[in-house]
Each structure stands twice: as C-alpha cells, then as structure tokens.
Design a protein around this ligand. Structure first.
Ligand code: ZN
Length: 135
C-alpha cells in the first residue's frame, strides 16, 4: 500500500478469523488510521473503536464493552530494525510495507480486550459459586 502522506482514513470492518474466545461475534470495528513515512520505517497510527460483546472467561456471562484504543505500530523492513524499534512501538516486519489491517486488528483484539468482567463483583455469583464448589 502506498498510504504514507495520505490523510486519516476511516474504515468500518468486521473481523471473523482467529477471533479471541472472549469476543462474541460479530466483531465490528471502526478504525481510523494514518501512515507516516519515516526514513527507515513506516509508522502506522491506529484508533480503534467498537461496541463489543465480551464473554467473561471467569463466569462465562457476556457483557457489553465499549472498546477504544490507540496504537502506534512501526512497519519495519527487517527483523533487526523491528527489534530496535520495540522499546518504542509495536512492530510488524514487512519487506514491502504491505500490511493486512485485519490481521493487525485481530492481534490487537487478542492483546487489549478484557478477558473477564473488569469488576469481579460483576461476575455472575451463581456460576462463580458453582465453580468454587466443583473445583
Ligand atoms: Zn464474569
């Protein structure tokens, strides 16, 4: 993609491959991204928003979650460069600067979505008691 230098792009998309178990499909995202051309790498900025349904992995009840996250990703041409960038950014190695945004966003879902009810008090009492007895 030759996106460097372009203004912010807004994309609505639905993820359906490799979704983490804690997200109930459909996983529809609104993604704002922009690519900056640096000397030795491209910087991809991502702003992702979504109203997700999360399945708590503790009590297995689902709940609505308003997801919002900003990430900066360095798209590097070599592993060595990617390693150097790691302290500053998340990195992707791509020789030709081609990036599959769906892959990137799916990885992000794995990393940044909550696996459980954020407040343990919100976990279904019945199920957690049941689990307590059975374990
Ligand atoms: Zn829960």
């Amino acid at each position: 993609m030759k996106l460097a230098g372009m203004p912010k792009q807004i994309l609505e998309l639905e993820l359906n491959q490799r979704l983490p178990v804690n997200i109930e499909p459909p996983c529809q995202l609104r993604c704002t991204y922009q690519v900056f051309d640096h000397e030795s790498y491209y910087k991809l900025t991502l702003e992702v928003e979504s109203n997700l349904t999360i399945i708590c992995q503790r009590c297995l009840q689902s709940f609505k979650y308003s997801y919002k996250n900003n990430t900066n990703i360095a798209i590097c041409s070599t592993e060595a460069l990617a390693e150097k960038m790691l302290h500053e950014y998340e990195t992707i190695v791509s020789e030709n600067a081609l990036v599959d945004l769906k892959e990137v966003l799916t990885d992000e879902m794995h990393l940044y979505t909550p696996k459980n009810h954020i407040d343990i008090e919100a976990c279904s009492k019945d199920v957690s008691q049941y689990l307590g007895i059975s374990s």
